[in-house]
Structures are given as C-alpha cells and as structure tokens.
Write a protein that binds this ligand. Structure first.
Ligand code: FAD
Length: 288
C-alpha cells in the first residue's frame, strides 16, 4: 500500500514489551512502530486501550486503519468505529486502490458467491482483514499448530501450513476411512495437509487445517486437491497458491475452474500414479 498511495505505514503494537516486535515490523515494511504498553490499561480489547488508540488516530489522521479479523481486532475496530463515528468493513479478503485513490475493500457477499467492493463514506477507512490473505512484504513467521482431530494426532513437525510449499488438500470425497492413510502419503512427500470445513465438521481432521473463508489462507507452490468440490468458501483461501492440481470424479466439480491441472476420475485410481510422477519435483520443493 505504501507504493500505491505513497503514504506512510505505521504498525501499532499493543503489548507489554512491544518494542521487541519493532525490528521485525520494520523489516516487513513499517515506516514507524507505535507501541501501546497495556500493562496498566487492561486487555487489548478493553475500553482503556480503545481510548488510547482513538486518541492516536485523532492525532495521526491516518488514511486507513487495518485490523486483523481476530477476536481482539474485531472488538477494537468496533470500539474505534463507535467512538469516532466511522464506518467499518468487517472481514475483508483483499484491498485495492482505485483510480481515484479510494480504498476498495473486497468482501464476500451473498453466501460467498460474489465478492462485493465496499467504499467507506467516512475517513479514515476502517477495515478488519482476514489474517493471512495479504502477501507479507518479507517472509512472515506463522505459529506452529497442534492438531486435535480424531485421525490426526501428531503435529506437522516443522511444516507450518501457512508456509508449506507443497500442500495436499483432503476433501469429503476422500472418505473417513482413508483420511489417515492419505495423511501418511502427504507426509511421505514432505507435504502439509489442508482440508475443507465439511471434513472438519465431520471430525476427520482438526480445524487448524481448514483452508478457506472461515479457515486459513495458504500460499503453497503446489496444491493438490483430492476429493474437494471447490466451493468458493474453500478456494478463497487458495488465492495465493501457485499451481493447483485437482482430482475429482465429477467433471462438473467447481474445483476445475480454479485448477491449473485437472484429473477427472477417482483419487483411488489416479492419485498413486500422479504422485509417482510428481514425487521428484515435489521432493525438490520440500527439501529446500
Ligand atoms: C459461512 C460458511 C463458511 C464456510 N467456510 C469454509 C471454509 O473456510 N473452508 C471450506 O473448505 N469450506 C467452507 N465452507 C463450506 C463450503 O461451502 C463447502 O461446503 C465445503 O468446502 C465442501 O467441502 P468438500 O469439497 O470437502 O465436500 P463436498 O462438497 O462433499 O465435495 C466432495 C467432492 O469429492 C468428490 N469425490 C467424491 N468421491 C471421490 C473420489 N473417490 N475421487 C475423487 N473425487 C471424489 C465429489 O465429486 C465432490 O466434488 C463454508 C460454508 C459456509 C456456509
């Protein structure tokens, strides 16, 4: 955003000892870092922190304020909106600057079937953004996750889904009994595993692996979608993926609209030969 609007990027850290984050924020593109030490103010989402932040906004008069769509971010953004009488766009998935320099906030609407452009009537623009959807200016460090699903007891050691270069996505078409076996296949490739909300709801894999509108956003070099229909709610989390390979037995499956390579057929028949063929390429990606 700095280059497009030629404006300054200010990162706000609300934490005790927040100075420790300043170098990494500067490395990621922050021109300035404001630190709010909340040790005597109370929780991040509390009234006192909201008041301090509102004071900073009134002093600095920024063009836009972006919050992560986390519990704290949503809470703080709403407090700010109420206090300063500003509009607020919640859960945007992307941002653009139009020809007139306005911030276009892109937000899924109508059950995720369209992406609506939102323009604020008030300034500063106030937006909450789903974490992970924007490409960081320099490599970001994402936390490791611990898994909790029934068939996925171990952690993906060192293979953070957010940073994985090869990801195998397992959908409902995989079938409950086969999930564990395919997780092992993914591991043998050095790949991470992702999944859909329906699989998570079925309890086959943990929520931490869900990709999509209410899950994570990932940016692998290669994504192999196995038995995944390709609902927008899932593919929105793949916007930054490189090559998407899909195997689905239904030729009309919407995943083929997102895929660079599609195999129409069952994964039972086509996944093993596909993996044999791709193994050397995938190994070169995951070993780096
Ligand atoms: C508010 C909201 C938020 C949501 N958020 C998310 C989200 O964050 N992430 C997400 O993923 N979903 C999300 N969803 C759900 C989403 O809309 C879809 O329902 C879900 O992604 C479908 O999961 P699926 O593709 O695994 O299952 P299905 O829709 O059941 O598709 C299974 C696919 O497997 C194929 N198949 C079956 N057997 C085989 C076989 N043997 N070989 C090959 N292919 C086979 C079928 O042809 C089918 O296309 C959300 C929904 C709502 C309403």
């Amino acid at each position: 955003m700095t280059t497009i609007t030629r404006s300054e990027v200010v990162a706000v850290v609300i934490a005790q000892g927040g100075e420790t984050h300043a170098p990494s924020l500067a490395a990621a593109g922050a021109d300035r870092v404001l630190i709010i030490d909340n040790s005597s103010l109370g929780p991040v989402c509390g009234r006192a922190v909201g008041n301090v932040l509102a004071g900073a906004v009134e002093r600095e008069t920024p063009y836009a304020i972006l919050f992560a769509s986390t519990a704290d971010g949503r809470d703080l953004a709403s407090r700010l909106a109420a206090r300063l009488s500003l509009g607020l766009t919640g859960d945007a998935i992307d941002l653009e600057i139009d020809d007139e320099g306005q911030l276009v906030q892109l937000k899924p609407a109508l059950g995720g079937n369209v992406v609506a452009p939102i323009l604020s009537k008030t300034l500063p623009n106030l937006v909450t953004l789903r974490p992970g959807l924007l490409t960081p200016a320099s490599p970001s460090r994402a936390p490791m996750f611990a898994s909790s699903g029934r068939n996925f007891r171990k952690t993906q050691k060192g293979r953070d889904l957010a940073r994985a270069r090869v990801v195998v996505g397992l959908g409902m078409g995989v079938g409950e009994d086969e999930v564990a076996g395919l997780v092992e296949v993914a591991r043998s490739l050095g790949a991470s595993v992702a999944t859909t909300r329906d699989v998570v709801h079925a309890g086959w894999l943990p929520q931490q692996l869900q990709v999509g509108i209410s899950g994570r956003s990932i940016a692998p070099t290669v994504y192999i979608a196995v038995g995944i229909r390709g609902a927008f709610n899932h593919t929105v989390g793949l916007q930054r993926a490189g090559i998407i390979v899909a195997i689905n037995q239904n030729r009309r499956a919407t995943i083929f609209r997102s895929a660079d390579f599609g195999v129409i057929g069952t994964w039972q028949e086509f996944l093993p030969p596909l993996i044999n063929e791709l193994r050397p390429v995938l190994a070169s990606l995951t070993s780096g």
